[in-house]
Design a protein around this ligand. Structure first.
Ligand code: ADP
Length: 170
């Protein structure tokens, strides 16, 4: 079985990510989407559990997908799941530099692991989780960037934070 892991922070999952999952699902027998803690992105907005829940809802239409979370090294996770492919999405040149280093490091750790890159869909090339979070803070329109179920969660979260802030300012 050709099994691939799609690792990421997914804080929150966007339409750009979903597009990558859909295309990867046609290339592999099974796709495991796994939420990882990225040490370079501390202070996540959503908890691991919330991110997993949003991913499950947003990918319910893709049959060969499983969603999970893992706190540890990606190569250990891949071994555990018997997955030898890692799928990452590529947007701009800045993504490339980061992904290039990451893929080479993984290869150094485990030679059996292959990183497969899928080029972003042009219509989602500007979409990022950080952009979604920023827009949400200022009440911007999110429907082009995230699935409906995620939009609802992001808005609820932003509203909750706003309430908490005004509560402490009283
Ligand atoms: P990480 O913290 O591991 O980079 P992200 O959730 O930011 O996690 O991204 C997960 C993967 O999805 C990365 O490979 C990233 O380049 C890719 N990605 C993010 N947004 C898009 C997009 N709009 N189009 C294609 N790929 C994307």
């Amino acid at each position: 079985m050709r099994r691939a892991v799609c690792p990421g922070s997914f804080d929150p999952v966007t339409k750009g990510h979903i597009d990558i999952f859909e295309r990867a699902s046609a290339m592999f027998d099974e796709i495991i989407i796994s939420v990882f803690h990225n040490p370079g992105k501390d202070n996540a907005t959503f908890s691991m559990d919330e991110r997993v829940e949003m991913l499950r809802e947003a990918t319910a239409h893709i049959p060969n997908v499983r969603v999970t979370a893992f706190s540890g090294l990606l190569n250990d996770f891949c071994r555990k799941e018997e997955a030898f492919f890692i799928v990452r999405g590529l947007r701009a040149f800045t993504d490339f530099e980061y992904e290039f280093q990451r893929a080479l490091l993984l290869k150094k750790i485990d030679e059996q692991l292959e990183t497969v890159f899928i080029m972003t869909n042009a219509k989602y090339s500007f979409v990022s989780s950080s952009g979604v979070r920023e827009l949400a803070t200022f009440g911007g329109k999110l429907s082009d960037l995230v699935p409906e179920c995620v939009e609802k969660r992001v808005k609820e979260h932003t509203y909750r934070k706003f309430e908490e802030r005004t509560e402490t300012e009283k």
